[in-house]
Design a protein around this ligand. Structure first.
Ligand SMILES: [Mg+2]
Length: 257
């Protein structure tokens, strides 16, 4: 994994050679800082300006684990496309779409939410984020010594639904997520977006978490960037922290497009 700003010449060459380029971003921990209260995440005005500017020159999409309505509201740029719920729902060029999930699986996610709420009786600092298609348990504010326990309790109440193959559980940065069992991830969403953009498009993807690894793998021929270095990541490049994402946006606007 190489530091992005040491490899600018290589990237410049790739971008110059490409017929067209599309930029794909994760939201939390990438465009927005990770915050204590998940609902407080927001885009800096400067980042919004740069993102907006970039979207005038090339297709730009944000692929987030949040609900579509949430991520759209937080970013609020009309020329940007949005995927919510890790790609299960989207709005591209003003057209909404979503993955077709069976009623039994939707019902299982609602049931999972009810079960997770029972867990919170013991761990009141946990927070449930209901994103309709998926549900997230945030445990960042749960006392550190209880964090392992809350996850174990959550996994236990959900195990019957999991065994029936109705849901899948994924873990991220202090989040425990329940999704319907459906072969879909950020990599699939990214590919769907690129197909809509057209042939021979070079993707540039930036993300910071486990769910972004699916996109890093799916877009291995493009330019993949992780926020923070990690030896286990499938991304080719890294930036040192979330603040450097703004530098990437600025650099792209000033030099590439
Ligand atoms: Mg993230």
């Amino acid at each position: 994994m190489k530091y992005l700003f040491n490899e600018i010449a290589t990237i410049q060459k790739k971008i110059t050679q490409a017929k067209r380029v599309a930029a794909l971003f994760d939201f939390d921990g990438t465009l927005a800082k990770i915050v204590k209260r998940y609902e407080d995440a927001s885009l800096l005005p400067e980042s919004r300006r740069e993102l907006s500017k970039l979207s005038l020159h090339l297709p730009v999409v944000v692929i987030s684990g949040r609900s579509l309505s949430y991520v759209k509201r937080k970013i609020g740029i009309g020329s940007v496309g949005y995927f919510g719920n890790h790609g299960l729902e989207w709005e591209l060029n003003g057209q909404k779409g979503n993955a077709t999930i069976s009623e039994s699986k939707r019902r299982a996610v609602r049931e999972a939410k009810r079960l997770l709420l029972t867990v919170l009786r013991q761990y009141p600092m946990g927070v449930i984020e209901d994103k309709t298609i998926t549900v997230t348990l945030h445990y960042r504010r749960v006392p550190r010594h209880q964090q392992k326990k809350i996850i174990e309790a959550a996994a236990e109440v959900l195990s019957p639904l999991l065994k029936k193959g109705l849901i899948v559980i994924t873990r991220g940065k202090k989040v425990f997520e329940v999704r319907p069992a459906y072969a879909w991830d950020k990599g699939v969403a990214a590919k769907l977006f690129l197909r809509k953009v057209g042939p021979s498009v070079l993707p540039l993807y930036i993300g910071d978490d486990k769910t972004d690894e699916d996109a890093f793998r799916a877009l291995h021929k493009g330019i993949t960037i992780r926020v923070r270095k990690s030896v286990r990541s499938a991304a080719q490049y890294y930036v040192k922290n979330q603040s450097e994402v703004l530098l990437v946006l600025k650099y792209c606007n000033e030099n590439f497009f």
